[in-house]
Design a binder for this molecule. Structure first.
Ligand code: HEC
Length: 157
């Protein structure tokens, strides 16, 4: 039972990916604008950087823009840099009315860091030597982003 729910979730996540990666995150209204706390702004900027890089790779992966090895490589690099920063960016429990960070991040810090580690490994595993290699390795990145958000990020609104 438990397992079939997990499979269902994974299938939904992959279906969302197949539709268009940017749709998933473009609907995330950047709260950045409203935040005033410097630490909160910094962690949001890191997430926006990850999002921009993922969008570039997603657009190439599903053929919205043509595959370009150099651009893909640069985006992969930016994505790795951004996800690597996640534990550091969230270390301090800073609150801001515009933030969607759930308090669980700091109650379950080790699990949060574990999720960041999964995301880091997924970013490192992205292959950009060919379009098919990108297509094969990008979905697990999206799943890592979404899994952490599901647990630790409150929905918009
Ligand atoms: C380890 C957990 C974790 C991982 C992995 C993660 N995120 Fe986030 N992300 C968060 C949390 C928590 C917030 C809410 C931060 C806040 O509002 O203070 C967030 C916020 C965001 C935001 C909104 C930023 C804003 O301006 O409000 C975007 C966009 C985003 N993440 C994209 C991504 C993408 C793309 C990935 C994968 C490449 C990713 N995230 C991976 C935890 C994570």
């Amino acid at each position: 039972m438990e397992q079939s729910i997990e499979m269902w979730k994974l299938r939904c996540q992959l279906a969302a990916f197949a539709m268009f990666v940017a749709i998933v995150f473009a609907t995330t209204v950047p709260a950045q604008m409203g935040a005033t706390d410097a630490d909160v702004l910094r962690r949001m900027n890191t997430m926006q950087a990850a999002n921009a890089a993922l969008t570039t790779l997603g657009n190439m992966s599903n053929g919205r823009v043509s595959f370009d090895k150099d651009q893909a490589s640069a985006a992969r690099h930016n994505l790795i840099i951004a996800v690597r920063k996640i534990p550091r960016r969230f270390r301090r429990n800073r609150r801001d009315p515009a933030s969607h960070a759930k308090p669980e991040i700091w109650f379950q810090w080790e699990y949060f860091v574990y999720n960041a580690g999964v995301a880091k490994r997924a970013a490192l595993a992205i292959r950009v030597n060919s379009l098919s290699a990108l297509q094969a390795t990008l979905p697990q990145m999206l799943v890592a982003c979404m899994n952490c958000h599901q647990t630790f990020r409150a929905p918009d609104g």
